[in-house]
Design a protein. Structure first.
Length: 426
């Protein structure tokens, strides 16, 4: 069984392609079941965020091309449109990559913590659908453990440089004092929650949270003394908003050019700062053509988040050392799985022989045969039966000059520390 990862991310594919290759929460169950049905795919999971879409699979045959074709065709694209943007990791590199992703080492913002939570959701979804088995399950659990260790043992999270923090920092650069600004947050997930916390710490007191579930929006808004609205009412409140930060899982834009134009007229063309953190985008790209609107996408934040990285780069080196050790442990664990089946077979064969000989011994006792003779029969018969096949194979190995097999047999069956020939006499 081999692990593979196939995907695209912010380093290999532009935003418009990442949008087209993203999986929505609604499409994920169907996608997982469809992927699992591919020939030679034993386990499958899908991680889809604003910056990456990755397929993690366990396969018993080299079928990379089939997975690439599935990935492109599921989204209605031709393989030629995505092939140059795809990366592929096999086995050991898959293990390393998963641990690096979970630890935030492969993120646009080095060390950002949200990705670990997103991976947990990806694992939970695949586990619920039934496409995750022993190997992927163990990979995810180890990746989560490594992520926790990296955050505990290094300073990877000491400097707040998440995408959410970058968005707030950019807003502060433009507006200066944020305490007088009204902020509209679209969505109520982890990224928006983190954004709200950063805004609150910068003195923003007027926060409006729009979400498909108003109840969830209200729960988050109550933490910061804000107000909650539904997505359908964004157009009624957009003119009040100096800053708009959006991050939902909607497959289609939520804020269109016409809506923003009407809001600008109501604001008498006071500028609106907008950050679209979603993939696919929540704000129509044409909004950027309007005067008095400053629209930034996740890719535009790259220059902002490059600041405050020195500590994290140093911590990343320590994190890679932790990951190197954990990759070795995972591979050793996987190699040990091969021994499990062999041990189980040996135990079963041994138990079958023991049961057969024991039954014969019991019959001899029931027939009145001397107990000492029965015990001697039991011991000799068990010894002969247990050693018959190994003895035959070892004699053949000796004839074939297979010294390696003889050496292994000595390692397995001869404890030299208790060998009488090795003991010194007084």
């Amino acid at each position: 069984m081999s692990l593979i990862t196939l995907g695209i991310n912010h380093k290999t594919a532009p935003l418009d392609l990442r949008e087209r290759l993203a999986f929505t929460p609604q499409s994920l169950p169907e996608a997982l079941l469809s992927l699992k049905k591919l020939a030679h795919i034993d386990e499958a999971s899908i991680l889809s965020t604003c910056n990456r879409t990755e397929l993690y699979c366990v396969t018993n045959e080299d079928n990379d091309q089939a997975i690439i074709q599935w990935f492109s065709h599921f989204h209605g694209l031709d393989v030629s449109q995505i092939k140059q943007h795809i990366y592929l990791h096999a086995h050991e590199e898959t293990v390393r990559h998963a641990m690096e992703v979970a630890s935030g080492l492969d993120s646009m913002v080095l060390g950002e913590p949200q990705i670990a939570g997103q991976m947990k959701v990806a694992y939970a979804t695949a586990n619920e659908i039934g496409t995750v088995g022993q190997l992927l399950g163990q990979l995810y659990q180890r990746a989560f453990a490594v992520s926790k260790q990296v955050r505990t043992d290094t300073d990877i999270g000491s400097s707040p440089v998440s995408v959410a923090f970058a968005a707030v920092s950019l807003a502060k650069q433009i507006f200066g004092d944020l305490s007088q600004s009204t902020v509209l947050l679209v969505g109520a997930g982890e990224t928006i929650e983190l954004t709200a916390r950063h805004l609150h710490s910068h003195g923003v007191s007027k926060i409006i949270i729009a979400n498909r579930s108003v109840e969830r929006a209200k729960k988050l808004a109550d933490e910061f003394g804000g107000e909650a609205i539904s997505l359908q009412h964004i157009s009624d409140h957009l003119h009040r908003s100096d800053i708009v930060i959006s991050s939902t899982a909607s497959p289609l834009p939520i804020i269109g050019k016409g809506t923003v134009e009407r809001a600008l007229k109501q604001r008498k063309h006071l500028p609106i700062f907008m950050v679209d953190l979603a993939v696919p985008r929540d704000v129509e790209p044409e909004v950027n053509d309007l005067d008095d609107v400053y629209l930034y996408s996740v890719d535009d934040l790259q220059s902002v988040i490059e600041a405050n990285m020195d500590n994290r780069l140093q911590a990343a080196e320590q994190a890679h050392e932790i990951i190197d050790s954990q990759v070795s442990q995972f591979l050793n664990w996987q190699r040990s799985l091969g021994a499990v089946d062999v041990i189980a077979q040996i135990r079963q064969n041994t138990q079958d022989i023991s049961s057969d000989v024991l039954n014969k011994a019991k019959k001899q006792l029931a027939a009145g045969q001397d107990a000492e003779e029965v015990l001697e029969f039991l011991a000799n018969t068990l010894t002969n039966k247990f050693l018959h096949l190994p003895s035959t194979k070892l004699r053949q190995a000796s004839q074939d000059e297979r010294d390696d097999i003889l050496d292994i047999a000595q390692t397995l069956f001869i404890d030299k520390s208790t060998n009488k020939n090795d003991k010194k006499t007084d």
